[in-house]
Design a binder for this molecule. Structure first.
Ligand code: DQA
Length: 143
């Protein structure tokens, strides 16, 4: 089993970006922990953080043929990137959308996800635990 983990724009600034909302850990800290967690479940992982929509889309395409699943935190692209939505749909790789914060209890624009309809699940509001719960959901669907 091998999955692709994608983090979108501004998530490279975790740790210093609005810690009251996103926590104090860096993305590297969280991804290292996720990597260990997945390895413990016999699941390999590749990781991408990008601030660029096209790079995220290219990586989703590249995952066709090797990735059994995708975990994606699309950052603000969540709310308007029909191109990332279409890439996930076209790749047809089971995908879980995750968010650190509660996107349903912030500014109104964050409550809408154009990505959710093409995902098997959306996990939000659990801080870094959203990634681990998302991984559990994904792996349970892939068994
Ligand atoms: C986020 C929520 C988005 O609304 C925001 O643009 C982000 C982070 C989250 O993880 O809570 O960049 O995806």
């Amino acid at each position: 089993m091998k999955i692709l983990v994608i983090n979108g724009p501004n998530l490279n600034l975790l740790g210093r970006r609005k810690p009251e909302i996103y926590g104090t850990e860096t993305l590297e800290d969280i991804m290292n922990e996720l990597s260990v967690f997945l390895a413990g479940k016999d699941c390999g992982a590749e990781f991408l953080q990008s601030n660029h929509e096209g790079a995220i889309i290219d990586r989703i395409h590249e995952a066709i043929g090797w990735a059994d699943g995708i975990i994606i935190n699309p950052g603000a692209y969540t709310h308007y990137s029909y191109a990332i939505r279409d890439a996930i749909e076209a790749a047809a790789i089971p995908t879980v959308e995750v968010h650190l914060s509660d996107i349903h209890d912030r500014e109104p624009f964050r409550a809408v996800s154009v990505i959710e309809p093409v995902c098997i699940a959306q996990v939000s509001a659990l801080g870094k635990q959203s990634y681990f719960v998302g991984a559990e959901i994904l792996l349970s669907k892939l068994q």
